[in-house]
Design a protein. Structure first.
Length: 291
């Protein structure tokens, strides 16, 4: 089986450019506001306003052609996102009473999944959402291993498997629409906006009702900052959020290592992917010719 020379040399040229601009390794550059701060968009989730109706789960499923959720929320039963459900609501008994919490991709400012992805299939958009681009995926699943929130899921039972995770309804955002869960929440527990706006709003709510909230915003700093931000009456640990995560981003842990490793070692996987794509393309052509 021959390798398409045009595709092979195109891949080799791309790697040459990558070696020349090594510091571009990572996510896309975000837009900045007038203050110079990053203007990623995100969602503020206020657990005190959530009634556990699961409407966010249903509209999410409908928006992404996923099966309608059938499980109900049970206090003490922890449900996780899966290859057929991008968002789930759980209920916890806390020191402040029963509380609900929504779980989905956190859309980190500096995502570990994008840093671990060898082909930029997992991609941080300039708008803020972290999306998966199937045409670039080589199936290594490093994104699953690297995520500190255990978010990306793989369709193991599919003949054409995909990585499944919340993409913050990126297609809707591009059209000027709200994410489906935000638009569909009857209790206004979810609010969409820039992280700066959402953090300001969260602080206003805490200041206005200091006895109703923990005086902290989960996601403001954790893992380098996340697109989904949380307010809660109960300590975050009591509603199932991982409070042991570091504040600095996880890709920051590897920056020194990446710059010390020879470029050929770091960029070998993309080269192999290029060869794989070329041979796969030729294989398909041969099958078509034999039919």
């Amino acid at each position: 089986m021959s390798i398409d020379r045009r595709i092979f040399f195109k891949t080799a040229a791309l790697i040459g450019v990558s070696m020349a601009i090594g510091k571009s390794f990572g996510a896309s550059s975000p837009e900045k506001g007038e203050s110079g701060e990053v203007e990623f968009h995100g969602v503020l989730y206020d657990s005190t306003r959530c009634v556990g109706c699961q409407e966010c789960e249903r509209v999410c499923a409908a928006a992404h052609d996923l099966p309608e959720p059938t499980e109900t929320v049970e206090t003490g039963k922890v449900r996780k996102t899966s290859d057929h459900q991008r968002s789930v609501i759980n209920s916890y008994k806390t020191s402040k009473g029963d509380a609900f919490v929504k779980n989905q991709c956190m859309h980190c400012n500096e995502p570990a999944c994008t840093a671990a992805c060898l082909t930029e299939a997992m991609y941080k958009t300039k708008e803020g959402p972290v999306i998966w681009r199937g045409e670039k995926c080589m199936g290594c699943r490093y994104c699953m291993v690297s995520c500190p929130f255990d978010t990306p899921k793989f369709e193991f039972m599919s003949t054409n498997p995909k990585i499944v995770k919340c993409d913050m309804c990126y297609d809707r955002i591009q059209k000027g629409q709200l994410p489906a869960c935000v638009e569909g929440c009857p209790g206004e527990a979810l609010k969409f906006g820039t992280r700066r706006e959402l953090i300001e709003e969260a602080r206003k709510r805490i200041a206005a009702s200091p006895d109703a909230y923990q005086h902290e915003i989960f996601g403001e700093n954790v893992a380098g900052g996340t697109g989904f931000l949380y307010l809660s009456a109960a300590p975050f640990k009591e509603i199932g959020l991982n409070t042991q995560l570091q504040n600095s981003s996880y890709p920051a842990l590897t920056k020194g290592f990446l710059y010390s490793v020879p470029s050929v070692d770091v960029l070998l996987p993309p080269l192999l992917l290029g060869i794989y794509a070329a041979t796969k393309n030729n294989h398909i052509k041969e099958e078509e010719e034999n039919d």
